[in-house]
Write a protein that binds this ligand. Structure first.
Ligand code: IMP
Ligand code: MG
Length: 178
Protein backbone atom coordinates (compact mmCIF):
# COMPACT_ATOMS: atom_id res chain seq x y z
CA UNK A 1 0.00 0.00 0.00
CA UNK A 2 1.50 3.32 -1.10
CA UNK A 3 1.11 6.37 1.12
CA UNK A 4 2.07 10.03 0.87
CA UNK A 5 2.39 12.05 4.08
CA UNK A 6 0.21 9.55 5.93
CA UNK A 7 -2.57 9.39 3.29
CA UNK A 8 -3.28 6.18 1.44
CA UNK A 9 -3.10 6.11 -2.31
CA UNK A 10 -5.63 4.11 -4.29
CA UNK A 11 -4.64 3.09 -7.82
CA UNK A 12 -6.90 4.69 -10.45
CA UNK A 13 -5.04 4.33 -13.77
CA UNK A 14 -2.36 1.72 -14.40
CA UNK A 15 0.88 2.45 -16.22
CA UNK A 16 0.01 0.23 -19.19
CA UNK A 17 -3.38 1.93 -19.59
CA UNK A 18 -1.66 5.30 -19.54
CA UNK A 19 0.81 4.16 -22.18
CA UNK A 20 -1.92 2.80 -24.44
CA UNK A 21 -4.07 5.94 -24.14
CA UNK A 22 -1.14 8.28 -24.78
CA UNK A 23 -0.42 6.43 -28.03
CA UNK A 24 -4.05 6.71 -29.13
CA UNK A 25 -4.16 10.41 -28.28
CA UNK A 26 -0.94 11.07 -30.16
CA UNK A 27 -2.43 9.46 -33.28
CA UNK A 28 -5.64 11.55 -33.01
CA UNK A 29 -3.62 14.72 -32.58
CA UNK A 30 -1.14 13.83 -35.31
CA UNK A 31 -3.80 13.47 -37.99
CA UNK A 32 -5.38 16.77 -36.92
CA UNK A 33 -2.22 18.73 -37.78
CA UNK A 34 -1.28 19.92 -41.27
CA UNK A 35 2.44 19.60 -40.47
CA UNK A 36 3.40 22.31 -43.03
CA UNK A 37 5.70 23.67 -40.35
CA UNK A 38 6.51 21.98 -37.02
CA UNK A 39 3.56 22.48 -34.64
CA UNK A 40 4.33 24.20 -31.34
CA UNK A 41 3.44 22.14 -28.27
CA UNK A 42 2.98 24.37 -25.21
CA UNK A 43 3.04 22.62 -21.84
CA UNK A 44 1.92 24.08 -18.54
CA UNK A 45 4.49 23.63 -15.80
CA UNK A 46 4.87 21.75 -13.75
CA UNK A 47 2.04 19.25 -14.03
CA UNK A 48 2.16 18.64 -17.79
CA UNK A 49 5.84 17.76 -18.07
CA UNK A 50 5.55 13.96 -17.92
CA UNK A 51 2.45 13.65 -20.12
CA UNK A 52 3.94 16.07 -22.65
CA UNK A 53 7.22 14.18 -22.81
CA UNK A 54 5.41 10.87 -23.45
CA UNK A 55 3.02 12.42 -25.97
CA UNK A 56 5.57 14.18 -28.17
CA UNK A 57 7.70 11.04 -28.47
CA UNK A 58 4.76 9.32 -30.18
CA UNK A 59 4.54 11.85 -33.02
CA UNK A 60 5.96 10.91 -36.42
CA UNK A 61 6.98 14.48 -37.17
CA UNK A 62 9.00 17.25 -35.58
CA UNK A 63 7.40 19.55 -33.07
CA UNK A 64 8.71 22.59 -31.26
CA UNK A 65 8.29 22.55 -27.51
CA UNK A 66 7.73 25.45 -25.16
CA UNK A 67 6.41 25.84 -21.64
CA UNK A 68 4.45 28.36 -19.66
CA UNK A 69 4.07 28.50 -15.92
CA UNK A 70 1.21 30.29 -14.22
CA UNK A 71 0.11 30.71 -10.66
CA UNK A 72 -3.42 31.05 -9.50
CA UNK A 73 -4.57 34.25 -7.81
CA UNK A 74 -6.94 32.15 -5.74
CA UNK A 75 -9.41 34.34 -3.87
CA UNK A 76 -7.54 37.57 -4.56
CA UNK A 77 -9.40 40.41 -6.22
CA UNK A 78 -6.79 41.17 -8.93
CA UNK A 79 -8.62 42.71 -11.84
CA UNK A 80 -6.20 41.26 -14.39
CA UNK A 81 -7.77 37.80 -14.15
CA UNK A 82 -7.51 34.63 -12.18
CA UNK A 83 -3.96 33.64 -13.13
CA UNK A 84 -0.55 35.28 -13.11
CA UNK A 85 2.08 34.39 -15.70
CA UNK A 86 5.32 33.28 -14.02
CA UNK A 87 6.95 32.10 -17.24
CA UNK A 88 5.86 33.29 -20.68
CA UNK A 89 6.44 31.62 -24.05
CA UNK A 90 9.86 31.88 -25.65
CA UNK A 91 8.68 30.85 -29.13
CA UNK A 92 6.67 33.16 -31.39
CA UNK A 93 3.50 31.19 -32.16
CA UNK A 94 2.02 33.62 -34.70
CA UNK A 95 0.87 31.69 -37.77
CA UNK A 96 1.83 28.34 -36.21
CA UNK A 97 -0.20 25.26 -35.36
CA UNK A 98 -0.30 25.24 -31.57
CA UNK A 99 -1.26 22.53 -29.09
CA UNK A 100 -1.77 23.58 -25.47
CA UNK A 101 -1.19 20.68 -23.06
CA UNK A 102 -2.01 20.31 -19.37
CA UNK A 103 -2.22 17.45 -16.91
CA UNK A 104 -5.80 17.93 -15.75
CA UNK A 105 -8.84 20.07 -16.50
CA UNK A 106 -10.59 20.90 -13.24
CA UNK A 107 -12.56 24.16 -12.91
CA UNK A 108 -11.25 25.09 -16.38
CA UNK A 109 -10.13 28.55 -15.24
CA UNK A 110 -6.45 27.98 -16.03
CA UNK A 111 -6.93 26.48 -19.50
CA UNK A 112 -9.58 28.99 -20.49
CA UNK A 113 -7.43 31.93 -19.53
CA UNK A 114 -4.28 30.61 -21.20
CA UNK A 115 -6.32 29.68 -24.26
CA UNK A 116 -7.45 33.33 -24.57
CA UNK A 117 -3.87 34.51 -23.94
CA UNK A 118 -2.52 32.30 -26.75
CA UNK A 119 -5.35 33.28 -29.11
CA UNK A 120 -4.17 36.88 -28.90
CA UNK A 121 -0.81 35.77 -30.32
CA UNK A 122 -2.57 34.81 -33.58
CA UNK A 123 -1.63 31.16 -34.04
CA UNK A 124 -2.82 29.51 -37.26
CA UNK A 125 -4.69 26.93 -35.17
CA UNK A 126 -4.98 26.42 -31.43
CA UNK A 127 -5.97 23.06 -29.99
CA UNK A 128 -6.00 21.84 -26.42
CA UNK A 129 -5.19 18.52 -24.83
CA UNK A 130 -5.46 17.38 -21.22
CA UNK A 131 -4.62 13.96 -19.91
CA UNK A 132 -7.37 13.97 -17.28
CA UNK A 133 -10.75 15.68 -17.14
CA UNK A 134 -12.78 16.24 -13.95
CA UNK A 135 -15.92 17.35 -15.77
CA UNK A 136 -18.05 17.66 -12.62
CA UNK A 137 -15.83 20.42 -11.28
CA UNK A 138 -16.12 22.82 -14.23
CA UNK A 139 -16.84 26.45 -13.33
CA UNK A 140 -16.34 27.99 -16.77
CA UNK A 141 -17.42 26.95 -20.22
CA UNK A 142 -14.33 25.18 -21.52
CA UNK A 143 -13.72 21.74 -23.04
CA UNK A 144 -10.44 20.36 -24.35
CA UNK A 145 -10.20 19.07 -27.93
CA UNK A 146 -8.35 15.92 -26.80
CA UNK A 147 -8.87 14.18 -23.45
CA UNK A 148 -7.07 11.12 -22.12
CA UNK A 149 -9.46 9.98 -19.40
CA UNK A 150 -12.53 11.33 -17.65
CA UNK A 151 -11.90 11.05 -13.91
CA UNK A 152 -14.06 11.35 -10.78
CA UNK A 153 -14.06 14.39 -8.52
CA UNK A 154 -11.28 13.10 -6.24
CA UNK A 155 -7.84 14.48 -5.52
CA UNK A 156 -5.33 12.71 -7.79
CA UNK A 157 -1.54 12.32 -7.80
CA UNK A 158 1.06 10.79 -10.08
CA UNK A 159 2.10 11.06 -13.73
CA UNK A 160 2.97 14.73 -13.19
CA UNK A 161 0.16 15.61 -10.79
CA UNK A 162 1.23 16.55 -7.30
CA UNK A 163 -0.17 16.81 -3.84
CA UNK A 164 1.80 19.68 -2.30
CA UNK A 165 4.71 18.81 -4.65
CA UNK A 166 4.68 15.14 -3.63
CA UNK A 167 3.88 12.29 -5.97
CA UNK A 168 4.63 13.80 -9.39
CA UNK A 169 7.04 11.00 -10.31
CA UNK A 170 4.64 8.14 -9.62
CA UNK A 171 4.25 6.27 -12.93
CA UNK A 172 0.54 5.59 -12.31
CA UNK A 173 -2.36 7.81 -11.27
CA UNK A 174 -3.69 7.45 -7.72
CA UNK A 175 -6.58 8.83 -5.69
CA UNK A 176 -5.43 10.42 -2.40
CA UNK A 177 -7.82 8.87 0.12
CA UNK A 178 -9.03 10.87 3.13
P1 IMP B 1 -8.27 24.54 -13.00
O1 IMP B 1 -7.85 25.93 -13.36
O2 IMP B 1 -9.18 24.53 -11.81
O3 IMP B 1 -8.85 23.75 -14.15
O4 IMP B 1 -6.98 23.85 -12.44
C1 IMP B 1 -6.18 23.03 -13.14
C2 IMP B 1 -4.91 22.84 -12.33
O5 IMP B 1 -5.22 22.45 -10.98
C3 IMP B 1 -4.12 21.70 -12.92
O6 IMP B 1 -3.15 22.19 -13.79
C4 IMP B 1 -3.52 21.05 -11.70
O7 IMP B 1 -2.26 21.63 -11.45
C5 IMP B 1 -4.41 21.39 -10.56
N1 IMP B 1 -5.27 20.24 -10.16
C6 IMP B 1 -6.59 20.10 -10.33
N2 IMP B 1 -7.04 18.94 -9.85
C7 IMP B 1 -5.95 18.30 -9.36
C8 IMP B 1 -5.76 17.01 -8.71
O8 IMP B 1 -6.68 16.20 -8.50
N3 IMP B 1 -4.48 16.72 -8.36
C9 IMP B 1 -3.43 17.56 -8.57
N4 IMP B 1 -3.56 18.76 -9.16
C10 IMP B 1 -4.81 19.13 -9.55
MG1 MG C 1 -0.97 22.25 -12.96
Amino acid sequence: MKTIRGKRLKLLIKEEDIRRRVKELAKEIEVSFEWKEPPVVVGLLKGAFIFLSDLVRQFNGFVIIDFMQVSSYGQSTESSGTIRILKDLEIDVEGREVLLVDDILDTGLTMKEIYEFLRMKNPKTLKTCVFLDKKERRKVNFEADFVGFDVPDKFLVGYGLDWGEYGRNLPEIYIVED
